[in-house]
Write a protein that binds this ligand. Structure first.
Ligand SMILES: Cc1cc2nc3c(=O)[nH]c(=O)nc-3n(C[C@H](O)[C@H](O)[C@H](O)COP(=O)(O)O)c2cc1C
Length: 362
């Protein structure tokens, strides 16, 4: 089905086609019967492949990465495509327009995207209103960012505001300090500012957990452009501050294998196939320090079950994708999960965790 629609969508400007698709999905879901049909066609054909991570039970390990549904507009259809969880956002405290357009570019030959969206966000209030208006049939992560106009010295305040606002509605919360498109944001990955951020957010999480009688895990999303010493320092801090998970990785400012591609000169973060190896290397490096003490959510260039398996074997407990969804449509979800279920069977394992234990021990 998507193979019929894709050529049409790809004739449009990338952002226009993105907005149009979300509009169409939202509208279609107001028609009785559509949700049932979508669920039967996609989620209904996906095998159960449960995993337990961060104290949460995921029906399968494949999630939607942040950035596709920044305003929580299409929660029901996205679950009906079969994702094991959705990460919504990035949402900033106040609404902001993001960078001037054009700011989203397809590199079709490379199954890649460059974006410099710059946290275009409806703001927390609209985001939470949208979320409340929809049924939710699964686990939802909410990805938090800072407003561009918030001075760097007050960045922590934006994350605290976000955490307090979304706490009751999130199954986990992500601190996004790794978008390359908000000036100064990635500096929060340096040791001293990161330690301050994590201390403040973990303290607030403890207060909120007491007030809400519910513990909501916090994940930190990092860039693929860190050197080994930087990754090791972050891994040590994650353990020290008892952060609940790490998401590796966001988009890259590098252009691996795209030196001769004119479009690759656009400023922004690169995602999709050319990011795959870089992000797997970060996962492997993180795992060497973390050793399973803190779960890793692996993301970057996953487009089939083998790519997903590569990330899991490198140390990931869950995986996410975004760009492959743009190129392959919703069918990619089932292909990845079915392929992983086959691998588990081929190992004669009782679960994905059991299969990974055997592979990692070998
Ligand atoms: C158009 C676009 C927008 C994105 N926006 C966000 C965002 O708002 N927050 C975030 O944490 N990551 C964002 N990302 C990064 C993805 O969540 C993911 O980390 C990255 O694209 C690598 O995965 P992929 O290769 O499967 O796309 C965005 C990616 C794309 C392509």
């Amino acid at each position: 089905m998507y193979s019929l629609i894709r050529p049409l969508l790809f004739t449009l400007d990338a952002e226009r086609s993105h907005d149009l698709t979300l509009d169409l999905l939202q509208t279609a879901y107001r028609t009785p019967g559509v949700a049932t049909l979508v669920r039967r066609t996609y989620a209904g054909r996906i095998p159960a492949l449960p995993v337990e991570v961060m104290g949460l039970r995921f029906p399968n390990p494949l999630g939607l990465a942040a950035g596709l549904d920044k305003e929580a507009r299409c929660v029901a259809p996205l679950f009906d495509f079969g994702f094991g969880f959705l990460e919504l956002g990035t949402v900033t405290p106040q609404p902001q327009p993001g960078n001037p357009k054009p700011r989203l570019f397809r590199l079709t030959r490379h199954a890649a995207i460059i974006n410099r969206m710059g946290f275009n966000s409806s703001g927390l209030e609209t985001f939470l209103g949208n979320l409340a208006a929809q049924p939710r049939h699964g686990l939802i992560g909410i990805n938090l960012g800072k407003n561009k106009l918030t001075p760097d010295a007050q960045a922590i305040e934006d994350y605290l505001t976000g955490l307090r606002a979304v706490y009751a509605n999130a199954d986990y919360v992500t601190l996004n300090i790794s978008s390359p498109n908000t000036p100064g944001l990635r500096a929060l990955q340096d040791e001293a500012p990161l330690a301050a951020l994590l201390t403040a957010l973990k303290y607030e999480q403890a207060l909120l957990a007491r007030n809400h009688s519910r513990y909501v895990p916090i994940a930190l999303k990092i860039a693929p452009d860190l050197d080994d010493a930087g990754i090791d320092a972050i891994a040590r801090l994650l353990v020290e501050r008892h952060v609940d998970a790490v998401i590796a990785t966001n988009t890259t400012t590098m252009r691996p294998g795209l030196e001769h591609e004119l479009k690759a000169r656009e400023t922004g973060g690169l995602s999709g196939r050319p990011l795959r190896t870089l992000s797997t290397q970060v996962i492997r490096r993180l795992y060497a320090t973390l050793q399973g003490r803190i779960p890793i959510i692996g993301v970057g260039g996953i487009s089939n079950a083998d790519d997903a398996w590569e990330k899991l074997v490198a140390g990931a407990d869950l995986i996410q994708l975004y760009t492959a969804f743009i190129y392959q449509g919703p069918g990619v979800v089932g292909n990845v999960v079915r392929g992983l279920a086959e691998k588990v069977r081929a190992y004669g394992a009782t679960s994905l965790a059991d299969a990974l234990r055997r592979v990692r021990a070998a």
